[in-house]
Design a protein around this ligand. Structure first.
Ligand SMILES: *Cc1c(COP(=O)(O)O)cnc(C)c1O
Length: 375
């Protein structure tokens, strides 16, 4: 039996056709018709006026922070429960991350905690320059109150929607609310370009600046002229072709991932101490990954034993993200928490959730989890 992966790529025929067009037109470069069309189609899909296609989600975060004016000595708020890519670009610019804990409803940044922190620092005349708020596992953070707190103190809101493409927040797409939103098309995300990212914004001037910085900040001149330094961050036109095909299948991929989650929830209903990730009342999750927690006191087993049983059956699974304030690299960083993300990391598990996973493969995962509970 083949190994079952957590979230492998799920590629169809449309992708091949767009990639073939890139070859046929000799647009094998970080410029071309797929790139322009992918930006246009993506912007329409998420309801953001402007989209800039980039080499990765991390590159998009780096540009968003730089265009928010983040510089040496600034503080930037950041979700502590997230992938390291949310926080690393803060340090690329010489700024300092300040980590905030999750709420129980969504597992994303607690809006009350974020607002309290911005108010306190703002009143002391030391408002953070920006806030990076992650929307994890396909679910939006409660972003409206966070935006309101940011606007009161001139804090640039950057939404890390790398895991939340296709999700809903009160009728809007996560990533389209703040000054910037970023998306990722890494191989394990809900759609992939093998590697890639997107920066979205409602501000045309900021989108133009992002494109400029992403192409080595070349000024208009027949020779190469530079008044500032940029980066080589543009997405390839070949990869953009994969992205165009993937985007056409997004709604079906969301539906399939939600079906996996519903099947797991149904199959585990009688398992003591096992709780599936809640869906917050303010939106609809894509269930990019099916996540759960196991309370060892009630379960008669624990997360680690379930994880090892799955691994032994050749099924890939992972604990939830290890919070940034627990990472050795950020051990001296400021952190504001009530222990929510610490508990999620101790008890949480992500199960295979790929849109290409078959019902039979999912049944194998269910059998192993139930077996670990002695059922
Ligand atoms: C994947 C991911 C990123 C980074 O995206 P890349 O395209 O891999 O650079 C950033 N933030 C979160 C929360 C992610 O899951």
């Amino acid at each position: 039996m083949a190994r079952i992966y957590l979230s492998p790529p799920d590629i169809g025929q449309a992708e091949r056709a767009f990639v073939q067009e890139a070859f046929d037109g000799n647009w094998v470069a970080p410029v071309g018709p797929n790139l322009e069309a992918f930006e246009r189609e993506f912007a329409a899909k998420v309801g953001s006026p402007h989209a800039v296609a980039l080499a990765s989600g991390t590159a998009a975060l780096h540009l968003a922070l730089r265009l928010s004016g983040v510089t040496r000595g600034d503080e930037v708020l950041c979700s502590t429960l997230t992938f390291v890519a949310s926080a690393a670009p803060i340090t690329y610019l010489g700024a300092t991350p300040v980590f905030v804990d999750s709420d129980e409803a969504s597992w994303n940044a607690d809006p009350a905690l974020v607002a309290e922190l911005i108010e306190r620092k703002g009143r002391a005349g030391k408002a953070p320059r920006a806030a990076v708020i992650a929307h994890l596992y396909g679910q939006s953070a409660d972003i409206d109150p966070i935006l309101a707190a940011c606007e009161r103190h001139g804090v640039a809101l950057i939404e890390d929607a790398a895991e939340a493409l296709g999700a809903d927040y009160r009728g809007r797409a996560p990533g389209s609310v703040g000054r910037f939103g970023i998306h990722s098309f890494n191989g394990n995300k809900i759609i992939t370009t093998s590697g890639g990212g997107m920066l979205v914004t409602a501000d045309k001037a900021l989108a133009d600046s992002a494109r400029h910085l992403a192409t080595q900040a070349r000024d208009p001149a027949p020779h190469y002229e530079h008044t500032t330094l940029g980066y080589n961050y543009r997405l390839s036109n070949v990869c953009a072709g994969i992205g165009r095909g993937q985007l056409q299948g997004l709604d079906a991929k969301v539906a399939r991932r939600r079906a996996h989650f519903a099947a797991y929830a149904e199959a585990f209903r009688d398992l003591p101490g096992l709780v599936m990730q809640p869906e917050a009342p303010w939106g609809k999750s894509t269930r990019w990954l099916s996540c759960l927690t196991i309370d060892a006191r009630a379960a008669g087993t624990d997360r680690e034993r379930v994880r090892l049983a799955l691994e032994k059956a050749d099924i890939e699974c992972r604990p939830l993200w290890k919070p940034m304030h627990l990472q050795p690299v950020f051990r001296s960083a400021e952190h504001h928490g009530r222990g929510v993300s610490d508990r999620l990391f101790a008890d949480g598990l992500c199960l295979p959730s790929g849109s290409g996973m078959t019902d039979a493969e999912r049944a194998r995962v269910i059998d192993v989890v139930r077996g670990a509970f002695g059922r």
